[in-house]
Ligand binder design. Structure first.
Ligand code: HEC
Ligand code: HEC
Length: 298
């Protein structure tokens, strides 16, 4: 903050506090001077719609509480930051407090995590304590997208089955978590037209063993061989190197209805798994990897 704005805030603070103190003291009445005969408090003489205003002093507890808040404000701005650039004599900062808590938590958890060091992902997956911590980490960091049981949802892959976009080995799972993933399915409507979309969808139903239109499926096979094999493979079993899903196993990331499948083909799909390496310690990522690995093995 520049010196001007710092001084601006200090002046506003001092003038406001002094101002309200003055208003309070200047208007304070300690005793009611003359008690009228009927024993009631005196009146100011103000009348509104027949309602008269009493001329009572402020209650003592209220006045003292007000003085208390002024004293509190004075002590507070001396101890803590608040008066412009003055940092306060205690030297407290919110980032300093946060950093202290993070360091403390990391130290505490590292002590626990270090007992898992040297264990392979496969070993960790069998360790009940590692599983418990992994489940908690998953609940905090991954469940928003993948579901609390890892079961996934529309556009978010199921991590508890044995069907993988990018591979289910410990290395592949760890890579998915550390670096994130970006699915890149181009849209095909402009290339193959609505007719081509219908044909290739019938072809997918044919190879998946579902009801289909024979003539359309046959034409769709040609479309598939021209435009889709490069990524989804000649037998449509997918390609984990680029996250192209298996298209005949009846596991659908974006829904199994004909309309949803056609939407995938028409407009393409770009699923995004955010990289975690900036956000989570390596030791946490290892526990998450072992947790996800064990989910698909239960
Ligand atoms: C913002 C939503 C989001 C969050 C949070 C998220 N993911 Fe993902 N994740 C995705 C999406 C979307 C994909 C699929 C990417 C694609 O379509 O190519 C994915 C893919 C994956 C994969 C690859 C699955 C496969 O079949 O190969 C793994 C493993 C994974 N996530 C684990 C995790 C873990 C562990 C966490 C918590 C640290 C996490 N994800 C947090 C959205 C998310
Ligand atoms: C450049 C590689 C590439 C090509 C070519 C390609 N795809 Fe894909 N496709 C992908 C990827 C990657 C995904 C997964 C997208 C994601 O994870 O968000 C996908 C997803 C899909 C899906 C959704 C699957 C699901 O589980 O919901 C369908 C359907 C599909 N592709 C059909 C086709 C058809 C039909 C063609 C040919 C006309 C084709 N793709 C061509 C890469 C490709």
């Amino acid at each position: 903050m520049s010196t001007f704005w710092s001084a601006w805030i200090i002046v506003i603070f001092v003038v406001t506090v002094a101002g309200v103190c003055w208003v309070l003291v200047a208007n304070r009445k300690v005793i009611v001077k003359e008690k009228p005969k009927d024993g009631e408090a005196p009146k100011t003489g103000h009348v509104y719609d027949g309602i008269e205003e009493y001329d009572n002093p402020l209650p003592g507890w209220w006045f003292n509480m007000f003085v208390g808040t002024v004293v509190f404000a004075g002590i507070y701005v001396v101890l803590y930051p608040g008066l412009g650039n003055f940092p306060g004599v205690l030297g407290w900062t919110s980032t300093g407090q946060w950093q202290e808590q993070v360091t403390k938590a990391d130290e505490r958890f590292e002590a626990v995590y270090s007992t898992f060091e040297g264990q392979s992902i496969e070993e960790l997956a069998l360790n009940p304590q590692a599983f418990k911590i992994g489940r908690r980490l998953f609940g905090n960091n991954c469940a928003v997208c993948h579901g609390s049981d890892g079961g996934g949802g529309y556009g978010f892959p199921n991590l508890s089955d044995d069907d993988w976009l990018y591979g289910g080995t410990p290395e592949a799972i760890e890579a998915s978590i550390i670096h994130g993933r970006r699915g890149a399915m181009p849209g095909w409507l402009a290339v193959i037209g609505e007719g081509g979309v219908n044909q290739v969808t019938e072809y997918l139903f044919q190879i998946g063993g579902h009801e289909h239109d024979q003539a359309l499926a046959e034409a769709g096979g040609k479309v598939y061989a021209t435009f889709c094999v490069a990524c989804h493979g000649a037998d449509a079993s997918g390609n984990q190197a680029m996250g192209a899903p298996n298209l005949k196993d009846d596991v659908w990331l974006y829904g199994r209805s004909p309309e949803l499948i056609k939407t995938s083909i028409r407009s393409g799909r770009q699923g995004l798994m955010p990289a975690q390496k900036e956000m989570l310690l390596e030791s946490k990522i290892r526990l998450l990897t072992s947790y996800v690995y064990s989910l698909s093995r239960q």
